[in-house]
Design a protein around this ligand. Structure first.
Ligand SMILES: N[C@@H](CCC(=O)N[C@@H](CS)C(=O)NCC(=O)O)C(=O)O
Length: 332
């Protein structure tokens, strides 16, 4: 009797798709987002403890798409070394933490990168008093770097390729690696160019005492990632990023989207969910993209709010039709 009852159940559980992270997030009522421990412009709590930054805006956009409410996010600050385990183990639903998309991470670490939210490259910062003007003058230098980063690997490649020697000082915690560099324990600090600019501006006792060298030694396409094996969630998080980019291309902003939604433009009508079933195809409310833009803003708005005040240029992160690399496939 028992076997007779169990057999159809076993068959059923195998034929149904496994529960998606989307269902988990819905049932829980909030998104758990993995972010930086504290990086100005990308993810950092403000003086009131409210998380702000380009990556934080991405977390909020996913919550707006999945739950209709950008405020339904909890943040898990993660060091470079903790971040992948946190995603793999299910501690976070999304990792939005200045993380470079590489083939190793995309395959053997079991991640799916949803795209790129900041095109970057690695650089070096040195104290001005050393009078170094090029990375090529760093032969024999002591260099501070965080473990578990692409930066640690690229550093070794760069020195080997240029036939130069260096002494790495590898420290896990951002706070501690910065303390070591600012205390003069290293001749240089290396990380993503965006990190150098943000950290010099926000953490250096005297920003003007440090220079970022002109060499960019790698490609660092930074993007949000989810776990392998959950295509529905992968789709939603991926199209959240595309919706932010597409909104900028359509000229839709948090300020004008209500007015534009009343107009006749078919692309805008589809985007805001007034026509078509795109939300339904993603398994969410048809106003998913409207909610992202209304509550968080388009990609350019997020860039301008978080990175422009720190002196960042759009550069490669301009839209494709303005000389940059930001390009979203058609929302149709
Ligand atoms: N993009 C690189 C580097 C990312 C990274 O971890 N950068 C450092 C320096 S800006 C950081 O964010 N540290 C913050 C922390 O570990 O708390 C990667 O994905 O490996």
């Amino acid at each position: 009797m028992r076997i007779l009852i169990l057999l159809p159940l076993m068959f059923l559980s195998e034929s149904l798709p496994a529960q998606s992270t989307l269902d988990t997030v819905r049932a829980r009522g909030f998104l758990q987002c993995g972010v930086n421990t504290s990086l100005a412009g990308f993810a950092q709590p403000d003086s009131k403890g409210v998380w702000r930054g380009l990556d934080v805006d991405f977390c909020r956009a996913v919550a707006a798409a999945a739950l209709g409410d950008a405020s339904r996010v909890r943040y898990t600050p993660l060091t470079s070394q903790q971040r992948f385990t946190a995603l793999q183990s299910g501690e976070v639903d999304v990792l939005a933490r200045n993380t470079t998309w590489t083939i190793v991470r995309d395959t053997s670490l079991g991640l799916n990168f949803v795209g790129v939210n900041y095109y970057d490259g690695q650089g070096f910062m040195v104290p001005k008093k050393l009078k170094v003007t090029s990375a090529k003058q760093l032969n024999g230098a002591t260099i501070c770097v965080q473990p578990g980063t692409t930066n640690e690997l690229n550093l070794a490649d760069y020195f080997r390729a240029n036939n130069m020697k260096f002494k790495p000082v590898v420290i896990e915690k951002l706070e501690e690696v910065l303390n070591a560099y600012f205390a003069g324990r290293c001749d240089a600090y290396t990380t993503d160019h965006s990190g150098l600019v943000a950290l010099r501006g926000s953490r250096a006792p005297k920003p003007e005492d440090h220079v970022v060298l002109p060499e960019i030694i790698s490609k660092e396409p930074l993007g949000p990632a989810v776990r392998h094996g959950d295509d529905r969630w992968f789709d939603l998080v991926k199209w959240t990023l595309f919706a932010m980019i597409e909104a900028e291309e359509l000229g839709l902003t948090s300020k004008n989207i209500d007015v534009r939604a009343r107009g006749a433009d078919p692309s805008v009508q589809r985007f805001v969910g007034a026509s078509g079933d795109i939300g339904k195809m993603l398994g969410v409310d048809n106003r998913w993209a409207y909610n992202i833009v209304k509550q968080v803003g388009n990609y350019g708005e997020s860039f301008d709010a978080n990175l422009k005040p720190l002196g960042f240029e759009r550069g490669l992160n301009r839209l494709w039709n303005q000389g940059g690399l930001m390009y979203a496939p058609p929302i149709r």
